[in-house]
Design a protein around this ligand. Sequence first.
Ligand code: V47
Length: 440
Amino acid sequence: MLILLPMSATTLAIQSPAPARSAVRPGRDSRLDPIVQKVHAGQRLSVDDGLLLYETPDIWSVGSLAHFVRRRMHGDAAYYNINRHLNYSNVCALSCTFCSFYRKKDQPGAYEFSIDRIRAEAIKAAKIGATEIHIVGGLHPWLEFEYYTEMMRAIREAAPKLHIKAFTAVEIVHLARISKRGSLKYEGIKSVLRDLKEAGLGSLPGGGAEVFDDRVHDEAFKGKIRAGTWLDVHRAAHELGLNTNATILYGHIEERADRIKHMEILRCEQDRTLRSWAQSQGIALQEDDAVVLTGPDEMYPRQRLPDPDSCESGYFQTIIPLPFIPDDSALQHLPGPTGLENLRTLAIARLMLDNLPHCKAFWIMHTLEMAQFMLQNGADDIDGTVVWYDITKVGGPSTHQEATVWDLQRAIREAGFRPVERDTLYRSIERDGDAWRVAQ
Ligand code: V47
């Protein structure tokens, strides 16, 4: 409906011609109808569907559809956690063009934490009631493998309840190399993960996936592991019963089609993992080629995912779309993605990755305001309290980037959802001040 408002002659005189209404808010795009039908029926979207979701000017329908899926999976719950990030060293053998975090050994600002410092940080985190410590660093040329296992043991001994989510896939491959187990050999990677798990590692974060494409790899992060090796690390972790997350770092030199390909690769890997777990449990799958979790509840019951307490198999828990933040990187001449592109990419990730249970809007990179809006466009999680974050900085040079529990809950409530504190494995938390336990 078009509403005409009276305007004074002077207002009319100084205004430039009003843009056509369709340029501001486009109408419904009927080309999306078959996609809407598939989503409602719990059917998988194709790569072409993904490309159309990018191409359509009707971003409102894209967001609404992602919201529909997210509500069907999680109802009115929206997750956050009380966590701390710890970046043990920024010294890195690689020089990825998108990264502003790394330093070379003798460069000003290069650092590495002692085990005592890491232990102290873990104790501090546990004291304020954090449930998770998220640890990543650069590929340090001289630290030995024992440093990493000692780090795990020190945290586990000092703060036994704190879940350790640590090391991106490229760090695991680096550890296989320095411990001379054959960095690209599957068994070498798996034995590193086994040692780390035995020392206290609880899960792997989703970082370092960037974009699964060889051209983008060679132009933006040459020297880093390629898609196949990143997936091998996560597969080995899943086989050891460790859950992991997955990211996509977009909005730099990749094309939108590369992002859809990335999502498709992740979806195939999750299918493979869930199918082999289902087979081991004697669970019959309805289809041979897809494990879709986002369909109507009666068709896709929740027991289609391994129980995190059982350690039978791990899986990808959440997709985290990371918008490229250009500041201080070698690609800082690029503008980075816009707010609408961020919204659309998150919504499409929710729709395409039908076999990942969660979709996270990492507020540190999107801002809390935008993450709040993303809750209404496909996200069910905004991550945690964080406090110190070194890898990217939005809105100033400080690494102090903190949201209080009050901030997170307020953002969630205002977006129309019920805040649920979760642990790293998405189990609900019952809390009494700094004391907490996993809800039964
Ligand atoms: O691996 C680096 C990316 C990742 C930039 O698993 C950049 O729960 C944008 O993976 N602009 C680290 N992104 C962050 C990450 C993460 C964050 C929160 C939660 C979880 C989880 C994982 O950030 C890196 C890299 O892919 N990154 N530089 C940049 N300039």
